[in-house]
Design a protein around this ligand. Structure first.
Ligand code: HEM
Length: 125
């Protein structure tokens, strides 16, 4: 697969993944039973698997890797933070849901900034 198509796939998955997180969080804030919808339970896993697969493929194509290149290390660490915070925010009996939701959003925003600038500090340093 060509690099441009792969990157487009990665970006498309990013958009869908963030949208699904926002949708599930909104339904959770409204107290609506989104877990009863099989699509909303399964789709995030499918999209996130393709997102990670395309990420790995992109790193091999670029010959740049996490724990070798700082911006990719920052992406992986922030991704883990995003997953953990998002999981807390979406828990049925979550305490401090709003805080976890906002920190998850900040984490994924940071990842997008790192991706666009290829820099852990968004090019500020
Ligand atoms: C939620 C997680 C992620 C988000 C939101 C995200 C976001 C993005 C975005 C928006 C781009 C396009 C940047 C541009 O237009 O130049 C991109 C590209 C890329 N991402 Fe991710 N990404 C994520 C996870 C990862 C992970 C975990 C890795 C690697 C370990 C990774 C590796 C890459 C690579 C290598 C590119 C191509 C950069 C280029 O061609 O300039 N991404 N990512």
């Amino acid at each position: 697969m060509g690099y441009a198509i792969l990157k487009q796939l990665h970006i498309t998955c990013v958009v869908i993944s963030i949208s699904l997180f926002l949708l599930r969080a909104a339904l959770q804030f409204l107290g609506l039973p989104w877990r009863q919808r099989m699509t909303l339970r399964i789709a995030p896993h499918v999209v996130d698997t393709v997102l990670l697969g395309s990420a790995l493929w992109l790193t091999f194509s670029l010959h740049q890797y996490p724990f070798v290149n700082g911006w990719l290390t920052a992406k992986v660490i922030a991704l883990i933070a995003y997953i953990l915070f998002a999981r807390e925010a979406l828990k049925e009996d979550a305490r401090h849901r709003l805080v976890f939701f906002l920190v998850a959003l900040a984490s994924v925003t940071y990842i997008v900034g790192v991706a666009l600038s290829h820099s852990p500090s968004w090019g500020a340093l």
